[in-house]
Ligand binder design. Structure first.
Ligand SMILES: CC(C)(COP(=O)(O)OP(=O)(O)OC[C@H]1O[C@@H](n2cnc3c(N)ncnc32)[C@H](O)[C@@H]1OP(=O)(O)O)[C@@H](O)C(=O)NCCC(=O)NCCS
Length: 360
């Protein structure tokens, strides 16, 4: 009889074979095993054996369905606990009568914490809505699109994509004019007020920063050295950049950047910017360093989402161009009283939750 069982290391091989063999999957079982290694085995938030990793439909020796969760360290209303990032809901035709049971296990586990679902397809969105998942933007930003500060580095691909066909050859000629204007607008970023360096690992100073700053918001990702190291330094994303800003030798803030280029342009995007006391000099220094680095690395733009209104106004005052990133279908679920409190208490949502960052 097929049954629902929690994922354990003993199920990895059969699970990897199921996922790699699923209709349309481009990956090998080995790729899935290396994902499990990162999602669970090397994940400091999955160390406790009772922290969920997901559920499978077990049919004898075979796996016939899966709903995964990737735990990550979170502070929820002041209390540290692993939040769960839903990932990879797949059930083969023969076991579809158990699809909902898999999802319900995740919802049940999510009641004790937060369950994120950030990559639902069009079929799954109405299911989430009928299961009382809430849109995450109601906590992160009042509108659906995400406000962001854009740092232009090379305007040409942008102009090419936006100018009507006949005017496209003008994009090269317009470049010097636009560069002069942008250099004037961004002159406050010509040099870093405080020293910034690229960190190759997060050490005690990150723990110290987290201890000093964790009360700034009631709900946010935990930023211990262990959590940062797990997130930033991994085989599948060698392009992740961690910048640290110090003042008097003490770490005062950091930014995590990664390559989110698409076929139109080369984009370096900030996925977390965590600083002490909303200090403008720290933001100025991190953004200024990013501008120089991104220029050297031949990015066309760098993007800094407004993770909080205070950060948004600092970025605006530094001359970054106000920009709207496309809306996302991101949902969360939790127990009802916690959901009501979340909406009322302070929170800071960087872009590190959800499963998008856990696929290469
Ligand atoms: C996604 C997947 C696991 C869903 O399983 P499924 O068995 O096809 O799901 P169903 O369409 O039967 O829907 C399950 C339940 O959701 C509910 N539901 C479905 N469509 C709904 C809708 N539009 N609105 C509200 N509820 C809906 C129904 O209540 C249904 O419950 P029931 O079993 O009581 O009828 C499966 O289709 C699959 O493996 N697809 C391929 C991979 C994939 O696309 N994964 C999703 C990635 S985000």
């Amino acid at each position: 009889m097929p049954e629902i069982a929690p994922v354990t290391p003993a199920s990895y091989q059969a699970l990897a074979a199921f996922l790699a063999g699923f209709d349309g999957d481009p990956d090998t079982p080995e790729t899935w095993i290396s994902r499990f290694d990162f999602w669970w085995d090397r994940n400091p938030s999955a160390r406790e054996t009772d922290t969920p990793r997901g559920w499978i439909v077990r049919d004898g020796e075979r796996v016939g369905g899966f709903f995964g969760v990737i735990p990550m360290a979170f502070q929820v209303l002041g209390e540290e606990m692993p939040a769960l990032n839903a990932t990879t809901w797949r059930v083969d035709e023969a076991h579809r009568n158990l699809s909902m049971k898999l999802m319900l296990r995740a919802i049940q586990a999510g009641k004790r914490t937060l369950l994120f679902n950030t990559t639902p397809n069009d079929k799954v969105v109405p299911m989430l809505e009928s299961l009382k998942f809430r849109p995450l933007h109601t906590l992160t930003s009042p509108g659906q699109s995400r406000a962001c500060g854009l740092l232009p580095l090379n305007p040409e691909p942008f102009l090419r994509a936006r100018l009507p066909g006949a005017l496209r050859p003008l994009s090269g000629a317009l470049r010097p004019m636009i560069n002069t204007y942008q250099n004037f607008r961004l002159r406050g970023l010509d040099r870093e007020t405080l020293p910034v360096t690229r960190l190759t690992q997060a050490g005690d100073e990150c723990d110290d920063l987290w201890r000093r700053t964790r009360d700034q918001y009631r709900t946010t990702a935990v930023r211990s050295a262990e959590a940062i190291n797990w997130y930033c330094f991994r085989k599948d994303r060698p392009d992740m950049i961690l910048l640290g800003c110090r003042d008097g030798g003490r770490l005062r803030g950091y930014a995590i950047l990664w390559d989110r280029s698409d076929r139109n342009s080369r984009k370096l995007e900030c996925v977390d910017l965590w600083i002490e006391e909303n200090d403008r000099d720290i933001v100025q220094s991190l953004v200024s360093h990013t501008r120089a680095l991104a220029g050297e690395m031949k990015f066309d733009i760098a993007l800094f989402p407004h993770f909080s209104p205070a950060l948004g106004s600092i970025l605006g005052s530094l001359g970054l161009v106000g920009w709207q990133l496309p809306a996302r279908k991101e949902y969360y679920s939790t127990e009802e009283t916690r959901a009501a409190r979340l909406a009322q208490e302070s929170s800071f949502w960087a872009d590190t939750h959800g499963d998008t960052s856990f696929f290469p």
